[in-house]
Ligand binder design. Structure first.
Ligand code: GLN
Length: 452
């Protein structure tokens, strides 16, 4: 049914870069055989899933949305892919994304933009926009994404689904094509909070293949999603997120969600996080710096595309031609910004300062979580914007991540759950719930109580 649905609607939506119809049917049959043989299977065995095309998959291409990896077939599975395969989930295919996960609209994909199923003239969020659109359009019940600066929560918010960024290090980065290694976090998309929790649990937990993987048990996310009560919980409304620049319909739905939490027995207070206003500029130094180093491996020698290797050119010339042809404009912009910020003489002024801001943000979170159990805000300042509207204005595009980035810089858990439709445009609005490091269960508990 899902393969039929993909065939029917994906020509308009473009959520998938690769559909694995034959292998999906074979995997589904294999799960049936495991079940018939009496093998104990987990709760998601046989459930179809779509993977963001930034997780390596040994039996299908992995492009990261870039021309430079066109046709690349990895020899191994990412830990997230492997664990979900083992749990019996059936891979429908790979979903579209902003090139190397850099963007907020999926317009930076080398394979064309994905469209928002609610309104095909609008963006589905990014960078995991193929994964959010696929779930919102009922092409897949579940999908995976990665959240470096909001790339799960923001697409979930603007397509009306649930998206969770686990605590950094709670989900493995092994086999995830790296963007900014100190921020990259795999996480789940689903149409409700409990489904997201089941998927979260299925791929999370310590992985010796990832040196930043946390040695702690997975927080009890499924139990929390089932519990879904907020009586007595202290909820902090982040004072800095709201007001100017926020769409009125987004703020109206957000306030209703806060009122609902109060009516369900939560104690709501306002909390100030003064450093959160500096999160965006700090992120746009740290993420490009890390990307400039991570993307050095795409040199035309080891993977995918190679341009101009005709026997007359030096290796350096081939590398330059390959990178010029293989990377899109946003990726080049970030490599240049990052290289500049890391160069000697500028390192302390830019990268060093940004790292200090990062510490201040983590301290704001710590202080806040002495007063409250969770923090809430709108996930994004506006609903889905029209395709093309911000494509030539990187600053406007970066503003989509205003509310999501603090939790990335500090490594905290944060979820986006649907909280209704904006009056102006009838488009979905997301409520963001942020919890302490390893407090992922609180996101699910509160999210399940308010989802609608
Ligand atoms: N939109 C942000 C960026 O462009 C976040 C991306 C992400 O989380 N992968 O960097």
């Amino acid at each position: 049914a899902h393969l039929d649905r993909i065939a029917e609607v994906d020509p308009q939506i473009n959520a998938f870069l690769h559909v694995a119809a034959d292998s999906a049917l074979a995997q589904a049959r294999a799960v049936d055989e495991r079940r018939a043989a009496g093998e104990p299977l987990g709760p998601l065995a046989g459930v179809p899933i779509a993977h963001k095309d930034v997780f390596t998959t040994k039996d299908m291409p992995t492009t990261a949305g870039s021309k430079i990896l066109e046709g690349y077939r990895p020899p191994y599975d990412a830990t997230v892919t492997a664990r979900l395969r083992e749990a019996g989930l059936v891979i429908l295919g790979k979903t579209n994304l902003d090139e190397f996960a850099m963007g907020s609209s999926t317009e930076n994909s080398a394979y064309g933009p994905t469209r928002n199923p609610w309104d095909l003239s609008r963006i589905p969020g990014g960078s995991s926009g193929g994964s959010s659109a696929a779930v919102a359009a009922y092409q897949a019940p579940l999908s995976t994404g990665t959240d470096t600066g909001g790339s799960i929560r923001q697409p979930a918010a603007v397509t009306g689904i649930v998206g969770m960024k686990p605590t950094y290090g709670g989900s493995s980065r092994y086999g995830l094509i790296a963007f900014a290694s100190s921020l990259d976090t795999p996480g789940p998309f689903a149409r409700n909070v409990l489904d997201a929790a089941l998927l979260h649990e299925a791929f999370s937990g310590h992985d010796s293949m990832d040196s930043t993987s946390i040695h702690e048990p997975v927080p009890p996310v499924v139990e929390a999603a089932r519990r879904a009560d907020v009586a007595g919980l202290r909820v902090g409304v982040v004072k800095e997120f709201g007001g100017e620049g926020y769409q009125p319909g987004v703020l109206a739905r957000f306030r209703e969600a806060v009122d609902l939490l109060e009516s369900l027995g939560a104690k709501v207070v306002e909390v100030s996080c003064p450093s959160f206003g500096y999160a965006l500029p700090a992120y746009y130094l740290i993420a490009p710096s890390e990307c400039s180093s991570n993307l050095a491996r795409f040199d035309g020698m080891r993977y995918g595309l190679r341009v101009g290797d005709d026997g007359t050119r030096s290796a350096e010339e081939v590398m330059a031609l390959t990178r010029a042809a293989g990377f899109g404009p946003e990726v080049k912009r970030r490599i240049m910004l990052g290289t500049y910020a890391l160069s000697s003489g500028y390192y302390d002024a830019y990268y060093g300062s940004a790292q200090k801001v990062r510490t201040l943000i983590a301290r704001d979170f710590e202080a806040a979580f002495h007063q409250v159990d969770v923090l809430v805000s709108p996930t994004t300042p506006t609903t889905a914007f029209p395709i093309g509207e911000r494509a030539d204005d990187p600053m406007a595009m970066y503003l989509a991540d205003l509310c999501t980035i603090p939790a990335n810089l500090s490594g905290n858990a944060a979820i986006s759950v649907p909280c209704g439709l904006a009056d102006e445009d009838g488009l979905p609005v997301g409520l963001q719930i942020m919890a302490p490091v390893l407090g992922d269960d609180r996101c699910y508990r509160v999210g399940a109580a308010v989802e609608k």
